[in-house]
Structures are given as structure tokens and as C-alpha cells.
Design a protein around this ligand. Structure first.
Ligand code: HMG
Ligand code: MG
Length: 309
């Protein structure tokens, strides 16, 4: 352990979407835009900016068109990848009209979670999103597919690895996924479980397209990421300051904090290109707006140390 030289790591910042979607207090559209711009300025290369979902399902994302329109072109021109979560053809058409080049589709290993989250069975979710994937591919749009509840479901409990593989295969074959984000929706994964899932994915599909998306509900996210790194996963999602949670996974907290992930990676000799001062400013800005404190241990100590200087 720790002897190998890691390749470049791709970080997908999901704070503006996964991080904010669960916030009950309405956040002003211009604050979301400022947050995304600040994340880009801090050096984040891949940012999931919003979701084109039904406003009645997630009110916080109801300004997705305004947010996406304001950030997409300017940041794309700077070489940033600005993506959005898309549930169906209606959401895709809205995003397409704004020029989207990278979409994220989503389904789950669990029937009950899918029913609550997107009002569809697993099969229905594939049928719906197949149409989106076909249209996206015709236009050369990149497709990421999230597999929620891959490490456990709030309604169905344990999920067999065979079911993760089954959904992974369908994401590749039916949705032409360029990237598959195996997701720990409720933050129940542990390193041993993570290694088991990665080995199974590696055996059946290889790991080139595999990303991991950890929520940090039980404080295991960094341990899981370290395990994943040692098992040749090089794409990780995170949210500034550890923002977030899923509206349909009660009690699940935010994604692993981007600051914590960056600190870990830099300590392993991986250059992230992220300016911690600017990232901490972006996080402080948005946490002030949502009137909460960051859960990131690194960010908290970093800000305290700065104040004491
Ligand atoms: P539905 O009600 O079954 O949809 O919702 P429908 O097709 O029956 O349409 C009902 C109405 O909604 C219609 O309007 C549609 O036009 C409208 P009406 O005719 O009644 O006036 N509608 C829409 N409006 C705007 N944008 C749309 C849209 N689609 C339909 N895209 C649906 C099904 C999937 C749309 C809904 O359940 C939904 O939007 N769900 C999203 C839930 C969500 O965002 N969850 C959180 C994100 S997933 C997540 O966080 C997990 C992840 O982070 C990974 C992990 O951690 O596990 C990715
Ligand atoms: Mg999530």
C-alpha cells in the first residue's frame, strides 16, 4: 500500500446538484451561479451544475435552465466540463436547448428506491432513459449513468453484488454509458464491501469507465476512496464542504467533502490542480447561504488555522 504511483485522478464536483438538491431553504439563482463559478475558479474541472428534474419532485432545482444557461457557455469556453442530471426526455430536451454536452442519467439497483425517486421500476427507468441515450449519442453527447443504492438501499437493505453487475451491464449496453458512477446513496459502504464490488466490476467489465460516488453518512467515505484507489479506481465524486443528501434517502448526509478528498489525494502525491484557498472560499460562500456549517473536518480546521494567523 502507498507504494504505487497513482495516475491522474478525475474529480467530479457534485455540490451544486447533489449538494443543494436537498436544501429546503430556497437558494437564489445568482448564488448558485456564483458558487459554480467559484468552484471552477478553484480549479475544479468537472462540475455537475444542476438537474432537469420535475420541479414538484425537487423544488430547489426548479431554476435549472437559468443556472445552466449562465454557467455552461462561459465555463465550457474555459475548458470546463459542465454537466447536468437528466431523468427523462422532457429534462433532456430542456438541457439540449441550452447546448448540453455531458449528461448524467440515473437508475438504481433497488425497485423500491427507484419507485420513490423517479416513479419508475428499474425496467421502466431503462426504457425511459434509452430514448434519451439514443438521442444523446446521435449528437455526440457524453453519458454518465449513476447506479444508486449499489452498496445498500434505505428500503430494501442489502443489495447483492450480482444485482450491481446486472445494472452496470444494462447501463453499458442499453444506455451506452461512457462512465458509470457506482453510488453509495446512504453512505453504508465499507472498504471490504467496496473492494468486493470493484473486483466484480473489474472481472466483468474492466474499470476504465467506473467512477465511485460516496455519501459520507457513516464517516467511511475516505476509507472507501483509499480502498478504491488501491483497487485502480481513478474517478471520484465529491461535494464542496460535504454538502448534500438525497431527498429520497432519509438521513443520508452529503457526499465526501471535496476538500477532504483533495487533501487525501495530494498527500498521496496526486496533483489535483485545486487551489484550497479558493475552494474553501467557494464552500464558505455557499454554507453561509444555506445557513449551515460544513461537515468537512479538513475545511473546518483549515478555516480555523487561517483565522488564527
Ligand atoms: P412523474 O410524475 O412520474 O412524471 O415523475 P410524468 O412523466 O408522469 O409527468 C408528470 C408531470 O411532470 C407532467 O406535467 C410532466 O410534464 C412533468 P403535467 O402534465 O402534470 O403538467 N415533468 C417534468 N417537468 C419538468 N422537468 C422534467 C419533467 N418530467 C416530467 N424533467 C420524474 C417522474 C422522473 C420526472 C420525477 O420523479 C423526477 O423528476 N424525479 C427526480 C428525483 C430526483 O431528482 N432525485 C434526486 C436525484 S438522484 C440522486 O440524488 C442520487 C445520485 O446522487 C446518486 C446516489 O447518490 O445514489 C445521482
Ligand atoms: Mg448522491
Amino acid at each position: 500500500m502507498f507504494e504505487q504511483k497513482y495516475p491522474e485522478i478525475k474529480i467530479v464536483e457534485v455540490g451544486p446538484r447533489d449538494g443543494l438538491q436537498n436544501e429546503k431553504k430556497a437558494i437564489a439563482t445568482e448564488d448558485k451561479i456564483s458558487f459554480i463559478n467559484a468552484l471552477a475558479e478553484a480549479g475544479l474541472q468537472n462540475i455537475e451544475a444542476t438537474s432537469f428534474v420535475k420541479p414538484q419532485a425537487v423544488a430547489q432545482m426548479s431554476d435549472s435552465s437559468e443556472v445552466f444557461e449562465q454557467v455552461f457557455s462561459p465555463l465550457s469556453q474555459k475548458g470546463k466540463v459542465i454537466s447536468a442530471l437528466i431523468p427523462n426526455m422532457k429534462g433532456f430536451e430542456q438541457a439540449l436547448a441550452l447546448g448540453i454536452k455531458d449528461i448524467a442519467l440515473f437508475t438504481a439497483t433497488s425497485e423500491l428506491f427507484n419507485k420513490k425517486n423517479i416513479n419508475a421500476t428499474i425496467d421502466e427507468s431503462f426504457e425511459r432513459q434509452k430514448l434519451v441515450a439514443q438521442e444523446a449519442k446521435k449528437r455526440g453527447i457524453n453519458i454518465r449513468v449513476y447506479i444508486s443504492t449499489a452498496f445498500g438501499c434505505p428500503y430494501e437493505g442489502e443489495i447483492p453484488v450480482s444485482q450491481v453487475l446486472n445494472i452496470y451491464k444494462r447501463a453499458l449496453e442499453e444506455l451506452s454509458a461512457d462512465e458509470v458512477a457506482v453510488s453509495d446513496t446512504i453512505g453504508s459502504a465499507t472498504p471490504k464491501h467496496v473492494q468486493t464490488v470493484i473486483k466484480a466490476v473489474k472481472k466483468d467489465f474492466g474499470l476504465k469507465k467506473c467512477a465511485l460516488h460516496f455519501h459520507d453518512t457513516r464517516g467511511m467515505a475516505l476509507c472507501n476512496i483509499l480502498t478504491a484507489l488501491e483497487n485502480e479506481i481513478y474517478i471520484f465524486d465529491s461535494a464542496a464542504g460535504g454538502l448534500g443528501g438525497c431527498p429520497y434517502a432519509k438521513g443520508a448526509t452529503g457526499n465526501v467533502a471535496t476538500e477532504d478528498l483533495v487533501y487525501l489525494l495530494e498527500s498521496l502525491g496526486v496533483s489535483t490542480g485545486i487551489d484550497m484557498d479558493k475552494l474553501s472560499q467557494a464552500s464558505s460562500f455557499i454554507f453561509e447561504k444555506i445557513e449551515k456549517s460544513s461537515t468537512s473536518k479538513f475545511l473546518t480546521s483549515y478555516l480555523k488555522a487561517k483565522q488564527s494567523v
